[in-house]
Design a protein around this ligand. Structure first.
Ligand SMILES: Cc1cc2nc3c(=O)[nH]c(=O)nc-3n(C[C@H](O)[C@H](O)[C@H](O)COP(=O)(O)OP(=O)(O)OC[C@H]3O[C@@H](n4cnc5c(N)ncnc54)[C@H](O)[C@@H]3O)c2cc1C
Ligand SMILES: *[C@@H]1O[C@H](CO)[C@@H](O)[C@H](O)[C@H]1NC(C)=O
Ligand SMILES: *[C@@H]1O[C@H](CO)[C@@H](O)[C@H](O)[C@H]1NC(C)=O
Ligand SMILES: *[C@@H]1O[C@H](CO)[C@@H](O)[C@H](O)[C@H]1NC(C)=O
Ligand SMILES: *[C@@H]1O[C@H](CO)[C@@H](O)[C@H](O)[C@H]1NC(C)=O
Ligand SMILES: *[C@@H]1O[C@H](CO)[C@@H](O)[C@H](O)[C@H]1NC(C)=O
Ligand SMILES: *[C@@H]1O[C@H](CO)[C@@H](O)[C@H](O)[C@H]1NC(C)=O
Length: 608
């Protein structure tokens, strides 16, 4: 027997006697030769893409180190079944982070789930796939000084990453998406199998109200940032399409030069020798009381640990702001103050109305009905569990130019054709955390309010030199006048939108909590501060900047400033909270990053 075979692999082999070429290790001591060309830290959304792409070069040896679990073991239905999307928070697949008390949210500590599993947060998220408007990428180009990040120049990476799939029932969805903006990549995206009355009312209102709430946008993945349209979700073949299913597993099953080490946390990067700026030595451990091991990357280390994990690792390595490191008891080796600063996230809150029409409220309140849907799914992967069904339509709007909130500040939107706020339309009653007394039966809808272009920014900072102590996470939600003011405006605008003919005879009374909130601006504000949760899109904690501009963390090529051999490829490099949704944006960044890395090997793989 080959000494490198791990227990996990043996188990897998005994389950299916197919040829499994890549190696999955469950402990660092199982790997005898600890030198690789590339070491990818985190098998998440970005990490799995980068690893799958660069291991296509047969001459390089790639190791991916993932703190969490494999995604195809116990309880993995929780990850794969579309109806259960979002339910893996606070399970074995979650890091279980919470924020520090949020002054903008009545002092509440907000849960911030992150994937602790191969596939990372792409395996836990709510499936929305939205690349962001052209403006978003123009801003990325501007901030980084690199035209390679422009919308036009990213098209080839977008196309090689994703493709449109049909819903399980193959319903005709012509006119609900634009085929020409979709590519031929392994990641699958699709529309809901079950459009509902709310969706058609929303789209009708977009046409009716034109610029006030609209226009209807055929496909938000075509670079458009304003209007109303359908949501595309990372679902294909009746199941979640994640960076694990689309990239990591196919690569593991076919590429011999790729190794995956799971259940193992990267604790820090070490300089080659004292005083060296070469940080390609990766320290790992399986727990606070477990031994540490080191691996060496001869070419590059790619940090893909996400917007919390990446700044944490850099700070633990002595790369970051002096005061933070000192407090935690870590010696500063490289002064890079932006590591962990600029953390942005968006807060989300639901308002509720009774409707005269059929919704999923009763279904979601009925364990027997959900059980039957899951039973049907288990039988033949069809039915209500087999696609995203609650949340199908979305609207992106701007504040009017005349709005006071925009006076005296630089417009925080990604560009002139990008939103200040967003509505998501849910075909069910979705309580906010901590909200009780809602309806338990009947037909209700929920509309979530989100400030798309928040000006609030906070930090993620280590508080201990132990890598197993969670960092202090402070998104600083609603700590600026613009953010809270915009959220209040969004709610008031929604009331006007619901007065459209398109909603006549459908939208009924608001629930008691919503009705009480709608009485005044102050009441809306207190409702928002009391009930907001995270949309779970943290970004920008290792943000991109221009060459040698150390007010950011990475340069345009994603190499960490001031040190050698380490790139960051994940949501932390986004310069601002996304104007779209981060999952798709992270996939795009990962594809270009892989091309930048591989360009050194093949002159025909250009980076621009
Ligand atoms: C519940 C939920 C709902 C969401 N809904 C949506 C949505 O509908 N649409 C959307 O666009 N976005 C959504 N998001 C956000 C989106 O999924 C993330 O922004 C995106 O997946 C982040 O990708 P990433 O590569 O930066 O990080 P991740 O995908 O989180 O990957 C980081 C990986 O690194 C690993 N890791 C971290 N630290 C270490 C370490 N020290 N050592 C080893 N490994 C480590 C982690 O375990 C993880 O596997 C949601 C997120 C969550 C959690
Ligand atoms: C997160 O919390 C759940 C529920 O308590 C637990 O089962 C899981 O192990 C926790 N995750 C981690 C990474 O510790
Ligand atoms: C580009 O960024 C600079 C600041 O770095 C800003 O002043 C300018 O308005 C930006 N231009 C565009 C087109 O976004
Ligand atoms: C889990 O995924 C690995 C890697 O793709 C594969 O080798 C293994 O067979 C899978 N295990 C199960 C139980 O499906
Ligand atoms: C799937 O199973 C359900 C019952 O569980 C059945 O009603 C349905 O017709 C089946 N669909 C297909 C396509 O086999
Ligand atoms: C509810 O909808 C039905 C049919 O769509 C309509 O006839 C009825 O007038 C509506 N009721 C109210 C209160 O709007
Ligand atoms: C960045 O800094 C390096 C090292 O100091 C220098 O060689 C290079 O010319 C600088 N590049 C730019 C664009 O300023």
């Amino acid at each position: 027997m080959h000494p490198q075979l791990s227990l996990g692999l043996l188990l897998a082999l005994s389950l299916s006697l197919q040829t499994v070429v890549a190696k999955i290790y469950t402990a660092p001591e199982q790997i005898a030769n600890k030198q690789y060309d590339y070491i990818v830290v985190g098998a998440g959304t970005a990490g799995a893409v980068v690893a799958a792409r660069i291991s296509q070069l047969p001459a390089v040896k790639v190791l991916v180190i993932e703190a969490g679990l494999l995604d195809n073991g116990t309880q993995s239905d929780l990850l794969s079944i579309p109806l259960l999307a979002g339910q893996a928070a606070n399970t074995i697949y979650d890091w279980n982070y919470t924020t520090v008390p949020q002054t903008g949210l009545d002092g509440n500590k907000i849960p911030l789930p992150r994937g602790f599993v191969v596939g990372g947060s792409s395996n836990l998220n709510n499936l929305v796939y939205m690349r962001g408007p052209k403006d978003e990428w123009a801003r990325m180009q501007n901030v980084s000084g690199d035209s390679g990040w422009s919308w036009d120049n990213l098209q080839k990476y977008i196309f090689m990453n994703e493709q449109h799939a049909s819903a399980w029932n193959h319903r005709c969805n012509a006119g609900e998406y634009n085929p020409v903006v979709h590519g031929n990549g392994p990641l699958l995206s699709s529309l809901t199998a079950m459009p509902n009355e709310l969706d058609s009312r929303v789209l009708k209102a977009a046409t009716e109200l034109k610029g006030e709430f609209g226009p209807y946008v055929l496909d938000f993945n075509g670079g458009i940032g304003l209007g109303v349209g359908w949501i595309e979700t990372t679902v294909g073949d009746s199941a979640r399409s994640s960076s694990a299913t689309a990239f990591m597993h196919p690569a593991l099953d076919s590429q011999e030069n790729l190794d995956l080490l799971i259940n193992t946390q990267v604790t820090r990067l070490l300089p080659k020798t004292s005083g060296s700026l070469d940080f390609r030595t990766v320290e790992v451990s399986q727990g606070a009381a477990a031994p540490t091991y080191t691996f060496v990357a001869t070419s590059e280390v790619i940090l893909a640990a996400g917007a919390i994990g990446t700044p944490q690792i850099l700070q633990l390595s002595g790369i970051g702001p002096k005061a933070t490191l000192k407090t935690a008891g870590v010696t500063q080796l490289v002064d890079l103050p932006a590591v962990g600063s600029n953390l942005q996230d968006q807060a989300l809150v639901f308002f509720h109305w009774a409707v005269n029409g059929s919704t999923l409220t009763d279904f979601l309140n009925d364990p027997a009905a959900i059980g039957a849907a899951l039973q049907q799914y288990a039988t033949n992967k069809t039915g209500i569990a087999a696609s995203s069904v609650v949340f199908n339509t979305i609207g992106f709007l701007r504040l009017p130019e005349s709005c006071d909130l925009l006076h005296g500040i630089e417009d925080p939107a990604a560009g002139p054709n990008s939103a200040h706020f967003q509505y998501s339309f849910l075909n069910a009653y979705a309580a906010n955390p901590g909200q009780t007394g809602g309806p338990t039966s009947g037909d209700f809808i929920s509309v979530s309010i989100l400030v798309q272009s928040p000006t609030s920014a906070g930090s993620v900072n280590i508080v201990s030199k132990s890598p197993f102590v969670h960092p202090a996470i402070d998104p600083a939600y609603y700590t600026t006048k613009f953010d809270i003011g915009t959220a209040v405006e969004a709610v008031k605008t929604l009331e006007k939108i619901f007065a459209a003919d398109a909603f006549h005879g459908f939208i009924g009374q608001p629930t008691a909590d919503t009705a009480a909130a709608l009485k005044s601006d102050a009441a809306i504000e207190s409702y928002i501060r009391k009930f907001s949760a995270s949309v779970k899109h943290p970004t920008s904690s290792a943000r991109i900047s221009k060459v040698n501009d150390t007010t950011g963390v990475v340069g345009p090529d994603l190499f960490v400033h001031k040190i050698t051999g380490v790139r960051v490829v994940d949501a932390s490099v986004l310069p601002f909270a996304p104007a779209g949704f981060p999952q798709a944006e992270v996939y795009i960044i990962a594809e270009r990053a892989a091309a930048l890395i591989m360009s050194k090997f093949d002159p025909f793989l250009t980076s621009k």
